[in-house]
Write a protein that binds this ligand. Structure first.
Ligand code: SAM
Ligand code: SF4
Length: 363
């Protein structure tokens, strides 16, 4: 292993100049890309174009979701989160190599005081078509108008139950009625595209499905189940509650719901529609065959580390380029990552890499 790499616990960080190389085992330092490659779209070793960036802007979260941070955020909130100028450089670099959509995530992205400035900065970057955010919705009512004014195009709200007591049990917050009201305000007063994310759990799956179908009857919302992913922090709950996506999909197909083709810029959800319903029901099924075949994303943590796969064994520090406003260096480094983006995750082997829980990088 090169001296440039630092090992901490089970995690492996590489400095960008020592990215492991698939041809040589480990890459020597500073591979310089030919100039004409600098503006080419990022395409990995499996011919997948990476047009979608998920950017975590904080690790911190106020919720205590039982599958993610059951004991709440531990320790002090880090004081070295990416600054707005660093984020501006990051996004300009990614846009130069074909990123069209950026999603803010966390932790809970909306707890950052400068989230409006971050949305604005990304939205104003040439080449970025869509700015999205995934949030627990705690601050939705208070900040909806400013998010829209800043240019937010899409909002995914995580809401694991329609039942207030279950919502409280799952998140530690008794805020479901307010959240439902705030989402209706969003639908009535803005053109932000709304999706609801709900963790697929054996105990709540069927009740949630029936209520979700009712919810999307007259609302232009996609309600998406996310199959429970095992990480090292949640194994007990995972084995108790993991449910297969097939149970939901079979019900939908039997009741006249039809799957839609996914667009190239879309996420991994398969969405189902029905002629009698305004909204849609979606399914994100990371354990399904070929789930990773159409991966179009890269992830960057709130400390400026690139995760080539959500469940990779390591991550790659690009902060030096952000601090130096070095777009050329950033772009060259991103291209150098392409041969080593993993083909798929190893969740089937209960291997979630360095991802102890999804608040680290935002799912
Ligand atoms: N705090 C924000 C929120 O909850 O929407 C953003 C971060 S959260 C980690 C992003 C998404 O990951 C949420 O929709 C959450 O339900 C999902 N998630 C967290 N842990 C998960 C797990 N083990 N399996 C599947 N989805 C998970
Ligand atoms: Fe926080 Fe989101 Fe994790 Fe829930 S899922 S604890 S809201 S980061």
């Amino acid at each position: 292993m090169s001296d440039d790499s630092i090992k901490t616990g089970s995690a492996q960080w590489y400095s960008p100049t020592s990215v492991p190389d698939i041809a040589e085992g480990y890459l020597s330092s500073s591979v310089v890309e030919p100039i004409d490659q600098a503006n080419q779209p990022l395409t990995d070793g499996f011919a997948r174009q990476l047009t979608y960036l998920r950017l975590s802007i904080t690790d911190f979260c106020n919720f205590r979701c039982e599958y993610c941070l059951p004991n709440g955020y531990q320790g002090k909130r880090p004081d070295d989160e990416l600054s707005v100028p660093e984020i501006a450089t990051l996004i300009r670099g990614f846009a130069q190599v074909g990123t069209k959509k950026v999603r803010l995530t966390g932790g809970e992205p909306s707890i950052r005081r400068d989230v409006v400035e971050i949305i604005e900065t990304i939205k104003q970057t040439k080449g970025i078509e869509t700015v999205a955010m995934t949030s627990n919705g705690y601050k939705l009512g208070k900040h909806l108008a400013s998010w829209q004014a800043a240019g937010l195009d899409q909002l995914n709200i995580s809401m694991d139950s329609f039942d207030a007591a279950t919502f409280y049990k799952m998140t530690g917050f008794n805020t479901l009625p307010q959240l439902l009201a705030d989402m209706d305000t969003l639908l009535a007063t803005t053109d932000i595209k709304l999706k609801v994310n709900s963790l697929l759990m054996a105990e709540t799956a069927f009740e949630n499905l029936l209520q979700a179908i009712d919810y999307v009857k007259d609302r232009s919302v996609t309600y998406r189940f996310i199959e429970f992913m095992q990480t090292s922090d949640n194994s007990d709950l995972f084995f108790a509650q993991h449910a297969h996506s097939d149970t939901i999909i079979d019900y939908l197909l039997e009741h006249g719901w039809q799957p839609h083709e996914r667009g190239s810029a879309d996420g991994p959800a398969v969405e189902y529609s029905h002629p009698d319903y305004v909204g849609r029901i979606g399914m994100i099924a990371p354990y399904a065959a070929h789930f990773c075949d159409t991966c179009n994303r890269l992830r960057v943590s709130s400390q400026g580390k690139v995760h080539l796969c959500l469940f990779d064994q390591g991550n790659y520090d690009i902060r030096q380029y952000l601090q130096a406003d070095d777009i050329a260096g950033l772009v060259s480094t991103l291209h150098n990552f392409m041969p080593i983006k993993p083909e798929h995750h190893h969740l089937h082997d209960s291997d979630s890499g360095i991802m102890h829980n999804l608040s680290i990088i935002g799912g």
